[in-house]
Design a protein around this ligand. Structure first.
Ligand SMILES: C[S@@+](CC[C@H](N)C(=O)[O-])C[C@H]1O[C@@H](n2cnc3c(N)ncnc32)[C@H](O)[C@@H]1O
Length: 371
């Protein structure tokens, strides 16, 4: 493998996909919330805000003029439009879910002894990079489709060394046109979750099935069809993970969208394919071999971000009055060795499942860290 070879030196051999509109809108919303929401300065460090903003700037340089122009409008205008297009409280939801994920990763590493993190459909998320920088002993494997988005991300990470971490940059390997390893423990791997064999991809990068692992699937399941979603959890991840490993995964409760959102998503083949109501999750998880050990419903996320108005709209049935759904998070734990033991999994109604890690607003524990 060539060290430090530039992206343009490499021939493109993989089928490239357009950057994800969804990844851009989620990341843009996180940045807006970081820069404007009240709890953001308590929950996130300045370095995280700078890195997230930097990633957005690079992403927009590579976007079409329509998306670029949207992000030049005042935050208040962006927020009003996104609340109409996606769901009310979209920015608050993004802020809270990023905090939830950050906390889950920290707890997994420091309380559960996790040494490997797999991030499925990483988009422009910064927490794979953040985790790898702050935890040398943890291997982070981040999977997404090949394409320009991946190169945008690597470009942003390279420049990000200026955010306090220059001395920690140990170099970069490029495996193919869109796959990279940064700092020896952050692997950006091309993989289409609907068609590729995840185990083969991960093994190539040193994944060890005997080690306890945390899998993050943030905003992914709605983009896979029902069958691909099941296959991912049962056929691909179950045999790959050791007992005690966890999957933090999100589902939308309704795939209804506004016409404009549907048009924007469809133009990049990203229309929502799959939705699942929280009530159905306990049985769904059990049938795939997992215990449902935690939940964070969309309404809980909005409450976490102090957005009581939109939280109460969602509390009744987890969809907005116009049918648009929120995105809820669930923790699936692999507690059995073989799928033959599925029948031993006890089912509990969703109301009795505890909130993930009992997440509450906590001062940022990573202030002293590199990022
Ligand atoms: C809504 S975005 C979420 C991005 C990121 N997890 C976040 O929340 O900031 C969905 C991501 O899943 C990726 N994705 C969708 N379908 C995929 C597939 N079949 N294989 C790999 N990645 C996929 C998209 O490219 C995109 O980056």
């Amino acid at each position: 493998m060539d060290k430090n070879m530039s992206i343009s030196d490499k021939p493109t051999t993989l089928n490239s996909t357009d950057p994800s509109t969804n990844a851009l809108s989620v990341h843009g919303s996180f940045v807006r919330a970081l820069e404007t929401s009240f709890p953001s300065t308590i929950l996130f460090s300045e370095a995280e805000r700078l890195l997230a903003k930097h990633m957005l700037t690079i992403a927009l340089k590579n976007e079409n003029v329509g998306y670029w122009s949207f992000f030049q409008t005042p935050y208040s205008v962006q927020r009003i439009l996104l609340d109409q297009l996606v769901w009310p409280g979209f920015d608050n939801h993004s802020l809270a879910k990023k905090y939830l994920i950050k906390e889950k990763i920290t707890d997994a590493i420091y309380q559960n002894g996790v040494e490997q993190i797999i991030i499925l459909g990483g988009g422009y998320d910064i927490y794979g990079f953040h985790t790898s920088l702050n935890n040398d002993h943890v291997q982070v494997f981040e999977l997404d489709k090949p394409g320009k988005m991946r190169n945008v991300k690597v470009t942003a990470m390279r420049d990000a060394w200026c955010y306090n971490s220059l001395s920690h940059f140990t170099g970069e390997n490029q495996q193919d046109a869109y796959s990279f390893t940064l700092n020896d423990n952050y692997h950006l791997i091309c993989c289409d979750m609907s068609t590729d064999n995840i185990k083969d991809k991960l093994t190539e990068y040193g994944f060890n099935s005997d080690k306890k692992t945390l899998v993050i699937a943030e905003g992914l399941a709605m983009h896979l069809n029902e069958s691909a979603s099941r296959q991912l959890l049962k056929k691909q991840l179950f045999p790959l993970l050791s007992v005690g490993s966890e999957i933090l995964i999100s589902y939308i409760s309704s795939n209804t969208t506004t016409l404009i959102a549907h048009h924007l998503l469809s133009s990049r083949n990203e229309a929502y394919e799959f939705a699942l109501s929280p009530k159905k999750i306990p049985l769904y998880a059990a049938n795939l071999g997992y215990h449902l050990t935690g939940k964070m419903l969309a309404s809980d996320l909005l409450k976490l971000a102090n957005d009581d108005k939109n939280a109460s709209l969602l509390t009744r049935n987890q969809t907005m009055p116009d049918g648009r759904g929120g995105e809820s998070y669930f923790c699936f734990t692999k507690n059995i060795k073989s799928l033959d033991e599925i029948k031993s999994i006890e089912l509990s109604p969703i109301d009795t499942i505890p909130i993930i890690n009992d997440t509450v607003l906590r001062p940022d524990k990573s202030q002293n860290n590199i990022l």
